[in-house]
Design a binder for this molecule. Structure first.
Ligand code: ADP
Ligand code: MG
Length: 248
């Protein structure tokens, strides 16, 4: 696997043990700029743990995580977020009693209620960003809707929007289409492709049809290790991958 400037994130020999159990072991991962890189694998393969390691929620026991060539391993979660790596968890953490607009607004890194002479300019800037993000997540006509009454899919999109408000260079999504209708899945695939035009996206997903729709590159994990990597066509024809999926 090559190392070059096109890789925004370079992960090498990443590992973590929980009481001697290696949940992730010798994990190498190169995320290209503006790519959608999907991680698949059976339950318990270590996919979510990889995201926990990248975002600093879990400390690695070996390896390195380089973002723009800078070591991220060992940094605190908030620093990793500030550096430009955003992560969406499986359950939405939106404010149900606030509107879509308010949820987006409070996710802006400068926060609200900025005092002094910058107030007007900041507010206009935040307003523009809320509108632009709402467009990207397909909720432009729902800005005044209370988040609590959105559909399951719309809530997931809102949370992606809340991440986008911080304009991260890398977004990580853990099973973004779980529980969604077919129509919502299609819309989510389009949404992910839209947001990947100027950032890189790591997606964990089970739904192979969905993966085929979005993936520029696929990494298959099994028992904490990488089983296969490459294009969707390549990995889906890999006998090792077929074995694992038919075996489950
Ligand atoms: P996946 O997301 O691929 O389904 P996970 O990354 O959630 O898998 O889990 C991989 C393995 O690591 C599982 O066996 C899980 O029980 C274990 N594991 C994950 N996090 C912890 C933790 N904090 N402490 C102990 N074991 C963990
Ligand atoms: Mg998981």
């Amino acid at each position: 696997m090559s190392h070059n400037n096109e890789n925004i994130l370079e992960i090498e020999d990443l590992g973590v043990s929980f009481d001697g159990f290696k949940a992730v072991d010798g994990f190498n991962f190169y995320l290209a700029r503006n790519h959608i890189h999907v991680i698949i694998g059976p339950n318990g393969a270590g996919k979510t743990t990889v995201l926990d390691l990248i975002c600093g929620k879990t400390n690695a026991t070996s390896g390195s995580i380089k973002f723009h060539g800078k070591e991220m391993r060992g940094k605190r979660e908030y620093r990793i977020v500030r550096a430009g790596i955003g992560r969406k968890f499986q359950n939405p953490s939106i404010y149900e009693n606030l509107t879509v607009f308010e949820n987006l607004e409070l996710s802006h890194p400068t926060g609200r209620g900025v005092l002094g002479c910058l107030l007007f300019r900041r507010t206009a800037e935040i307003l523009n960003q809320c509108n632009s993000v709402a467009e990207q997540i397909g909720l432009s006509d729902r800005l005044d809707t209370e988040a609590g009454i959105l559909s399951h899919g719309q809530k997931q999109w809102l949370e992606i929007g809340m991440l986008l408000m911080q304009n991260p260079e890398v977004i990580m999504l853990d099973e973004p289409v779980a529980g969604m209708s077919v129509r919502e899945r299609t819309a989510t695939a389009e949404l992910i492709r839209r947001i990947a035009k100027n950032r890189s996206v790591i997606v964990i997903e089970h739904d192979m049809e969905f993966v085929r729709e979005i993936a520029d590159r696929v990494t298959v994990m099994h028992l904490g290790k990488i089983l296969s990597e490459g294009s969707m066509d390549k990995v889906s024809q890999d006998p090792k991958v077929i074995d694992v999926y038919i075996g489950h």
